[in-house]
Design a protein around this ligand. Sequence first.
Ligand code: UDP
Length: 408
Amino acid sequence: MPGDKQRVALLSVHSCPLGRIGGKDTGGMSIYVREIADELGKQGFLVDIFTRRHGPEHGGVMELDHNVRLIHLQAGPDRPIDKMQVYEHLREFASGMEESRRHNGLHYHLVYSHYWLSGCAGTMLRQRWGVPHVMMFHTVGAAKNASGAGEPEPELRIENERRLARECERIIAATEKEKGELVHRYGALPERIKVVPCGVNLDRFRPMDRRSVRQRLGFGDEKVILYVGRIELVKGIERLLRATSYLDNDLGLRLVIIGGDEHSLGEIERLRGLARDLHIEETVDFRGLVEHEELPHFYNAADVCAVVSYYESFGLVALESLACGTPVVASDVGIMRDIIRRDEMGCVLSVDHDPPALAHMLAKYISRPASDPLLVREGVSHFGWANIARQVNEVFSEVGVSDSQGGT
Ligand code: UDP
């Protein structure tokens, strides 16, 4: 009915947006879900985020933000489980969503799914409710496999992604590169794919006084190279350690590695061992998981941030660093080539770069005078979430679901 608010069912089945970000399975996608839901809510949609209940304390409906609710549904055991195990409970999850809808007498106008597991449940609801299905993949399994790094993604995932890529009314790809992968690897129709990048919270990630943030973190005058992210082979942390071993440590050097939870302990131990073998154990500072709200201090304290993954569907960390005014040395993955456009913003190396090439670039950014943070930030100032949500809103309009309020 004209004037009625449009109701969106946002699926994030395996990853709770309130989970601790930076652990094994909780990274950029959870940030995306939180931020886009918040902005869509502000722009007049009623957004219900559905996620799997993963602890006995979770349950029922939570008001997250204006117009945004989080609903935990029982599907399988109420504890964290492996993603492939989540797959076995998707039918139960979709039934739980239908039950919740019926119980509350609601009508959803659109299903908006995140990651292939949510996409599978989303397809079931799209059929049941007769509404459009918009999907984001966040990672394209076949492209990740082609990168050759990390555990190979199972065929079951690839088959499902191929099916979903052809079935959804619209796919939102985070980059042109991802769009190409969906078309060429899965046969998705290009006209159904819209490229809308991920965003960054420009209020949270902003330049700060470097001296005081360094003091707060207990850093001195040493040069600081920063890594932020999940602790996974695909992130290239090993080559970052190797590159660090080539750097001259006369001026004092600190490589800060942020990320990883109790499921990452084995990999962190392996990396610590490598640091010992490379004789840089004094230089490497493993901080474990750091609260997202605390990260702006680290980006501001760093001389350079390294995003040297073998595969990345987007790469939020690079945006966060640039928004804080800190240059990024990156491999040519995800959005890097589009956002690192000027020398003061950093540089992009080929995806298969070797440690000496990386060391050469890191040396450049730690030895020269710091870039002007405001100039660096200016290059990503159009990535604010309000702007991104408006573009997502346009995709919804294309499938007949538009924000009738024109923003509130
Ligand atoms: N992150 C965090 N705390 C940590 C490690 C990472 O909040 O200890 C956040 C980081 O700020 C970023 C996200 O996790 O927003 C990682 O997103 P990215 O797109 O870089 O990688 P993904 O996890 O999607 O592979």
